[in-house]
Design a binder for this molecule. Structure first.
Ligand code: ZN
Length: 472
């Protein structure tokens, strides 16, 4: 060991492992974790970082982020979006295929996306979703070969970014898409709301001149989610397509998915921090910055989602960070239907889940950490290097103070447009530093005029393992 010195020793922290928390030191060599043991010798490392009094989580793996380059960089870019993620303890994100121009629905668009990422610089590691849209079945194999983690499709209209080329799929297109993705052994990520239900209700509200946040939320009832989840599960059984439900908002839909899983279907479900943190009253108070689809539900649903998360029936938590310029939210006539839908929250995921899950509800930290890191890494084929604090994996770490209450203000936000549904929220914990492959990519002392981070843009593209193999 004398000649093989570690590059870094993270010393004195409480490490959140898969099944317990323990006082352990973490040794890092060449960006990988090379030892996780008590009382490792400081002399064994070139550099030592004290984590005394802090908890060390595996870096977050955010499976659901919308960054808008290329084409819509004035909404949010790779540099600002990934800086926000790093400051929230996230070390890997997966970019959604819509809300950039062009959307990532074929090989050429994917190359433009990668080019934009390289030019802007990305602070953490990242992977990409491809899109399943009407008419691109012939592009799916290309996208899989190029390294997307899977394909995203919408059962309801995703809202227009101006080019109209990321449309929702109808039942026939979804069925054909599932068969094609199954043949690639790919993964389909599905926005599950019934288009007939939500479009009819929205049209009725608007015809009646009813356009408040309350009206918008009433136009997307739980039944729309349930109807879509049922139909998609049925199709997944018939096609053998591996299925992941994004941003599930109701315990009833989680129940349906969990039942299908128990019966042997290869399906997973994600929820978002905003469904776990906020209830309807909060959304009405916050207004259009809490507009999302499906909408925020009631406190009964929120509490039931926490129970399902604690019980392992919700597989993971992702931010669904969906930024836009403030003018697209704050429309002149206050029409909530016209405001852009999406919550800016990527920076707050870990702090929100730990504040509400552990500090308020006592859900064990390993359970929360699994939902934030290991489970998404496993589902998306990234677990060979990401998702846990274990020897051989990337040294991606979030150093968190669990006794650091603070109120989030706009000046602390790193998004291109510093607005968020979480402004004014009282967090009970705080990310102090984030390490990507052993390098500091966020240090809160830098925010306060002290240290600068070592690496501004060292993020690398990740390709999934196993997900894109051709089986038939
Ligand atoms: Zn989304």
């Amino acid at each position: 060991m004398a000649e093989e010195r570690w590059d870094l020793l993270v010393k004195g922290g409480t490490v959140v492992l898969r099944d317990r928390t323990a006082a352990l030191d973490i040794a890092v060599k060449d960006g990988k974790i090379s030892a996780v043991e008590p009382d490792l010798p400081a002399g064994g490392a070139v550099r030592t970082l004290s984590a005394a009094g802090k908890h060390i989580f595996a870096g977050g793996v955010d499976a659901h982020v919308h960054l808008n380059e290329p084409g819509l960089g004035e909404w949010e870019g790779f540099a600002t979006g990934s800086a926000a993620l790093a400051s929230g303890g996230c070390t890997t994100f997966v970019d959604m295929p819509l809300n950039g121009l062009p959307p990532t629905v074929n090989r050429a668009a994917l190359e433009l996306k990668l080019d934009a990422a390289r030019r802007s610089g990305v602070r953490v590691d990242y992977a990409l979703w491809g899109g399943l849209v009407p008419g691109n079945l012939g592009d799916l194999a290309d996208l899989a070969e190029a390294g997307v983690v899977g394909f995203k499709a919408f059962m309801s209209s995703p809202g227009d970014t101006g080019d109209g080329c990321f449309a929702n799929v109808d039942a026939g297109e979804l069925f054909a898409g599932m068969r094609a993705i199954a043949a690639l052994n790919g993964l389909l990520a599905l926005h599950a709301e019934s288009e007939p239900i939500v479009s009819r209700l929205a049209a009725a509200k608007q015809a009646a001149g009813e356009a408040s946040m309350r009206d918008f939320m009433a136009s997307r009832p739980p039944e729309a989610e349930l109807e879509a989840v049922k139909a998609a599960l049925e199709m997944a059984w018939r096609t053998g397509c591996r299925l992941h439900f994004v941003h599930i908002s109701t315990p009833e839909a989680i129940g349906l998915i969990a039942e299908a899983k128990r019966a042997g279907l290869d399906a997973t479900a994600e929820t978002c921090p905003h469904y776990l943190v906020f209830a309807e009253d909060d959304a009405l108070r916050i207004g259009v910055h809490a507009k999302c689809a499906p909408p925020i539900r009631g406190s009964r649903e929120r509490e039931a989602l926490w129970e399902l998360l604690a019980d392992g029936q919700i597989d993971f938590v992702a931010s669904d960070h969906s930024p836009c310029p403030p003018a697209m939210k704050e429309t002149a006539d206050g029409n909530a239907f016209a405001a852009w839908g999406g919550i800016m929250g990527a920076q707050s995921t870990l702090e929100a889940v730990v504040t509400e899950g552990w500090l308020k509800r006592g859900i064990p930290l390993p359970v929360l950490s699994r939902a934030l890191s290991a489970a998404p890494a496993e589902r998306l084929g990234l677990a060979a290097s990401k998702g846990a604090i274990e020897v051989g994996l990337d040294a991606d770490l979030a150093i968190v103070d669990l006794q650091a209450p603070y109120v989030l203000t706009a000046d602390q936000l790193k998004y291109l447009h510093p607005r968020s549904a979480y402004e004014g929220f009282a967090f009970g914990c705080r990310v102090e530093a984030t390490l990507l492959r052993g390098s500091v990519v966020y240090d809160r002392r830098a925010d306060q005029g002290g240290l600068d981070t070592e690496r501004q843009a060292s993020g690398r593209l990740l390709r999934p393992q196993g997900a894109a193999t051709r089986t038939g």
